[in-house]
Write a protein that binds this ligand. Structure first.
Ligand code: SAM
Ligand code: DTB
Ligand code: SF4
Length: 336
């Protein structure tokens, strides 16, 4: 049994990134096999339940009011519409339904509808995940009470690079929300974005921050930046194509996440649409075992069910149907 550590040092993580690629992949695959079935990949579906008009200034995001991306702001969707969409996701074989809102934080007046949505989606037999921005301890408790399974709130990058990407809320704000979610007993989903023009050292710092949280997140989404025209980062990358991350470096980041957080589900998240099948296969080899299905993420395109069915058939992968290996108590047991 691999030891579950939350005391990783930056030097140790940098040394993982520095390994010969084949060695890094081998080690990640070993850790993956010790805790997960290597041919099973979890399917999650995303729905934007409240799109655009967000007051935050995240430099990658099409939904910020600061971006000139053409995304139109809309109100919170009707509960009934959300449930219809969840039913379609379930029919398509999804295990988890993840709902995102472009908010700094939910307002008190939004909470009754959010609670109703969580209860309704759960009653369909789907796992529920929400990402609504910052949460107070009271809001986290309300969501836990409603039966929310997961809350997604990303740290996005290293503490140093974070400050260059977002100014309207701090990394500490994000860690506080993660703490509130954890204390409420909701499973934590937290990861970030690779390919924002950050350095290798930032990617090390990103993995270090996640893997030294008091408890590892149950889910770790690793997004490849989807460069959106009209966002700060989308435009910067269009002007400096050399800043685009190379596929091998992306796979290295996935492998480092797998090795440092052995029990977590590592989700190959945004950016798959423009990734080759070979790169995705390397990510699965490196320990990624979860994806977003369907042809849309929140606002950006996703691979689509047909492409994914073909990919799974080519690679001999199948959807995960059982319980994830890690739930908070199991991690605690493994650490003993
Ligand atoms: N407003 C909420 C929040 O930020 O907490 C939830 C939605 S937000 C879109 C969820 C995450 O999606 C972000 O933290 C970021 O990591 C990721 N994301 C957003 N835009 C992206 C893009 N263009 N490419 C890759 N990942 C992106
Ligand atoms: C996460 O880490 N990735 C998802 C989910 N959490 C909410 C969102 C990806 C968004 C990609 C850009 C878009 O669709 O606008
Ligand atoms: Fe708003 Fe979330 Fe987009 Fe940041 S990532 S601008 S908080 S929707």
């Amino acid at each position: 049994m691999t030891q579950i550590r939350t005391d990783w040092t930056r030097d140790e993580i940098a040394a993982l990134f520095d390994l010969p690629f084949t060695e890094l992949l081998f080690r990640a695959a070993e850790v993956h096999r010790a805790h997960h079935k290597p041919d099973e990949v979890q399917l999650c579906t995303l729905l934007s339940i409240k799109t655009g008009g967000c007051p935050e200034d995240c430099g990658y995001c099409s939904q910020s009011v600061k971006a000139d991306s053409g995304v139109e702001a809309s109100k919170l969707m009707d509960v009934r519409e959300v449930l219809q969409s969840a039913a379609r996701a379930k029919d398509a074989g999804s295990q988890r339904f993840c709902m995102g809102a472009a908010w700094r934080n939910p307002k008190e007046r939004d909470m009754p509808a959010i609670v109703e949505i969580v209860k309704g989606v759960r009653a369909m037999g789907l796992e529920t995940c929400m990402t609504l921005g910052m949460l107070s301890p009271k809001q986290a408790d309300m969501l836990a009470e409603a039966g929310l399974d997961y809350y997604n709130h990303n740290i996005d990058s290293s503490p140093e690079y974070y400050e260059r990407v977002i100014t309207t809320r701090t990394m500490q704000d994000r860690l506080d929300t993660l703490d509130n979610v954890r204390s409420a007993g909701i499973n934590v989903c937290s990861g970030g974005i690779v390919g924002m023009g950050e350095t290798r050292e930032d990617r090390v710092g990103f993995i270090h921050t996640l893997s030294t949280l008091p408890q590892h997140p149950e889910s770790v989404p690793v997004n490849a930046l989807v460069p959106v025209k009209g966002t700060v980062l989308g435009d910067m990358l269009a002007d400096t194509p050399l800043a685009k991350i190379d596929d091998i470096e992306f796979v290295r980041t996935v492998a480092a996440a797998r090795i440092t957080m052995p029990l977590s589900m590592v989700r190959l998240s945004a950016g798959r649409e423009s990734m080759s099948e070979a790169t995705q296969a390397l990510c699965f080899m490196a320990g990624a075992n979860s994806i977003f299905t369907g042809d849309k993420l929140l606002t950006a395109p996703n691979s689509g069910d047909d492409a994914d069915a073909a990919l799974f058939a080519r690679l001999g992968l199948k959807p995960l149907v059982g319980e994830e290996p890690m739930r908070a108590c199991k991690q605690a047991e493994a650490a003993e």
